[in-house]
Each structure stands twice: as C-alpha cells, then as structure tokens.
Design a protein around this ligand. Structure first.
Ligand code: AP5
Ligand code: MG
Length: 222
C-alpha cells in the first residue's frame, strides 16, 4: 500500500513513519531526510535545495516531483511505501496522482497527523535527531537509551539547524499557506483520514494501526 503522511512540522511524521514501516514491512521515505542527505553530500539536488531549506522554505515543486518520480521508480511497481512529508503543496499532490497513474498505481491511504501549533513547537524545541540514519528522539518525551547517542545506529544525536524559533515560525507559515490546500484536496475527495497527533507516541501509533487495519481488512479477506 502507498501511504501519504501529512502533518505540521513536529507533528510526528518521522516518528510514526518509522513505526509504520516496521509494522507493515515497507520502506519509508522522508523527503526532508533525503534532501538533508543531498545537502550534506553536496549533490546537484543538495546545492539547489540548500538555499530553500536553510530558511525553512519549501523546495520548488519541479525539484520535488522529479525526486518523487525517482523514488517511485526505485521502489519498483506494486511495492508499498510510506511517503513522509510529500506531497506538501497542491501541485505536488496533483503531480503525485499523475506519477502514480503513469505507473498503474494509486495512493491507498492519506493520513493527517493533526496537532496544535504550540504543542508541535514544544516538541521541536526538544528534538534531537541522528544525521546518520534519520532516527528522532526527544529530550522531554522520547529519550535515547544512551545519552546523546542514536538507539538505531549509535550515531551522535544533534539538533536540526531549522529547529530554531524564527525558522520554525517560517516553516509553520509555509505549512499554513501551502500544505493546507493540499489537505483540503484530499479531504474534498474523501481520501483523508485524520489522527489526533497531540497524544503520546504509542496512542498515535495505535490510532494509525486501527486505520490501517480497517483499510487493509477487505484486501486480506478478499
Ligand atoms: P522535514 O524534515 O519533513 O520537516 P518538517 O515537515 O518540518 O517536519 P519535521 O521533520 O520537523 O517533523 P515530524 O513531523 O517528522 O516530527 P518528528 O517525528 O521528528 O522537511 C524539512 C525541509 O525540507 C522543509 O522545510 C523543506 O524545506 C524541505 N522539504 C521536505 N519535503 C518537502 C516537500 N515535499 N516539498 C518542498 N520542500 C520540502 O517529531 C518531532 C519531535 O517530537 C521528536 O523529537 C519526536 O521524538 C517527538 N514526538 C513525536 N511524536 C510525539 C508524540 N506523539 N508525543 C510526544 N513527542 C513526540
Ligand atoms: Mg520529519
């Protein structure tokens, strides 16, 4: 199944995508992580993306759609995937539908992780993440087993450079102006499931699992 995870900065997209990926046995792609890796490696994509990401501005749609096309080709036909942070503009949502139609595929589930801005900002201000593998932890709600080190790969946990107040504020402005119309696009077509993401991690995970169970049930039975 192809799953799209939508949500504000700090809503928990990466946290839940990782858990869903393990539970479903599918890969998850975070466009934010892929772009950060490209910036770090100094690839052509990274050089183009860096100027936008530095300020928390969305990377242009043509770049993102080209990246999405590559991801879909890389995963192979009929293989499930969780898309964390893509699409997040209306042209990206329409472009993704077209990319999938061209490949004879379709989105199985769109989940919005819904959270109050204040709660999300609080999470971002205590987030630490691993630049090696993209794992995230939180110094208030989700401590790593060893202080300062990633549970998954042992890498050194760091604060993200866009997790400072003025950049967080700009990322939320972008979310309001660009991603809200995307949410409405899916909602108006009856394709959106909304989860209250303001709850503890395991409760959000349980709510997502219930949706997955409900959606995949008929396929399993049939
Ligand atoms: P991206 O990396 O996707 O950033 P974002 O959307 O701002 O989202 P975050 O990764 O900050 O938050 P999250 O929802 O993943 O939360 P997390 O699980 O970490 O994108 C970065 C940039 O790349 C963009 O600004 C843009 O420039 C560019 N970009 C990416 N995709 C793009 C696209 N499609 N188009 C154009 N540009 C694009 O959780 C946050 C914290 O909270 C963690 O510490 C976690 O441990 C904790 N936490 C999680 N869930 C809970 C919970 N339920 N309770 C308590 N704590 C929790
Ligand atoms: Mg993330």
């Amino acid at each position: 199944m192809i799953v799209v995870l939508l949500g504000a900065p700090g809503a928990g997209k990466g946290t839940q995508a990782k858990r869903m990926g393990s539970a479903m046995g599918v890969k998850h792609f975070s466009t934010g992580d892929l772009l950060r890796q490209a910036v770090e490696s100094g690839t052509e994509l990274g050089v183009r993306a860096a100027e936008y990401m530095e300020s928390g501005t969305l990377v242009p749609d043509d770049i993102m759609l080209a990246l999405a096309g590559e991801l879909l080709d890389r995963k192979g036909p009929g293989v499930g995937v969780i898309l964390d942070g893509f699409p997040r503009t209306l042209p990206q949502a329409k472009g993704l539908d077209q990319l999938l139609e061209d490949r004879g595929e379709t989105i199985g589930l769109v989940i919005l992780l819904d959270i109050e801005e204040d709660d999300a900002v609080e999470r971002l201000s205590s987030r630490v993440s691993c630049p090696e593998c993209g794992s995230v932890h939180n110094l208030a709600t989700d401590l790593p087993m060893t202080t300062g080190l990633c549970d998954a790969c042992g890498g050194t946990l760091v604060r993200r450079s866009d997790d400072i107040p003025e950049k967080i504020e700009h990322r939320f402005e972008q979310y309001q102006s660009e991603t809200h119309p995307t949410i409405e696009y899916y909602r108006s077509q009856g394709r959106l499931d909304t989860v209250d993401a303001g709850r503890p991690i395991h409760e959000v995970q349980k709510a997502i699992e219930e949706i997955l169970h409900r959606k995949s049930g008929p396929q399993v039975a049939g």
